[in-house]
Design a protein around this ligand. Structure first.
Ligand SMILES: [Zn+2]
Length: 274
């Protein structure tokens, strides 16, 4: 190959890459429109349920407050008011996220986010790893992208290289314990995608809240056995604990270690009970 041929080869390669990229972005845009329609009934239903709960909370707050004040006095009332305000705050955030869901914000975000990062589909190995735990039809695996580099370099510099999930995009650093080759971390993040597909964007706020409050710990196999004996279900754990339980199950099963105490919770996961 002479110099001119080599140059033409490079240019052709660059053009192919560019048009591939453009086609992917067009696909993202089309997905926004398609999902807007596909998820509308689900998203409206969630929004409606939250509105009903919020309304019930508002209607009952005064009579219950009066009762608490009468029976328990000022200190009890203060504690009660604090918990009600916190609950109210959570509901407001949930309501906002559900309104944004109806407008298709997750897809718009994905469209922009995938321009600012390098996003690639899940590989066959990654899908197999996740499907072994979650089930082959649990997620729309083909819609998921793993985003790396680009603007994420700034995010990972700020958050200490921790992977995180934004709707259908799993964000992973190039280096460190959370890099893409660590399939247990990827499985953890895909549980968040699963939560998003089942519960909507509120999972994001719930996961952040979980990080602030109880954290990821659930007591390991021993704690999980205890929880099972007390009748606790997977959905009684917070969003991060749920993801951590699945991640640990994946690791145990991968190394052929005893994971029997995890089985009932994984079964609930497969049934979509998160
Ligand atoms: Zn997590």
């Amino acid at each position: 190959m002479n110099k001119a041929q080599a140059a033409a080869h490079i240019v052709a390669g660059a053009i192919t890459t560019l048009f591939d990229w453009l086609a992917d972005r067009l696909e993202d845009l089309a997905k926004w429109a398609a999902n807007l329609v596909r998820f509308l009934p689900n998203r409206l239903w969630r929004l409606g349920s939250t509105l009903v709960f919020a309304l019930m909370g508002i209607i009952t707050v005064v009579p219950i407050g009066v009762r608490v004040l009468r029976r328990g006095g000022g200190r009890n009332f203060q504690a009660w008011l604090k918990s009600r305000l916190r609950q109210g705050g959570i509901r407001v955030v949930q309501l906002l996220l559900e309104i944004l869901d109806v407008a298709g914000l997750p897809e718009i975000f994905s469209f922009i986010w995938r321009i600012l990062t390098r996003a690639t589909p899940l590989t066959g190995t990654e899908i197999t790893a996740a499907a072994n735990v979650l089930g082959p039809l649990a997620l729309r695996y083909q819609d998921i992208r793993v985003a790396q580099r680009g603007i994420l370099r700034l995010v990972f510099a700020a958050n200490g290289g921790r992977a995180f999930t934004t709707f259908h995009t799993v964000n992973m650093p190039d280096l460190g314990g959370h890099q893409r080759t660590n399939l247990d971390i990827l499985v953890h993040e895909l549980v968040h995608v699963y939560q998003y597909e089942r519960a909507g964007s509120r999972y994001f706020a719930e996961a952040l809240l979980a990080q602030q409050e109880e954290g990821y710990g659930y007591g390991g196999a021993e704690g999980l056995g205890l929880a099972r004996d007390q009748g606790k279900r997977l959905r009684d754990f917070n969003r991060e604990q749920q993801a951590q339980i699945v991640q640990d199950y994946y690791t145990l099963a991968h190394y052929d270690r005893d994971a029997s105490v995890y089985e009932p919770f994984i079964e609930q996961l497969r049934q979509g009970k998160v």
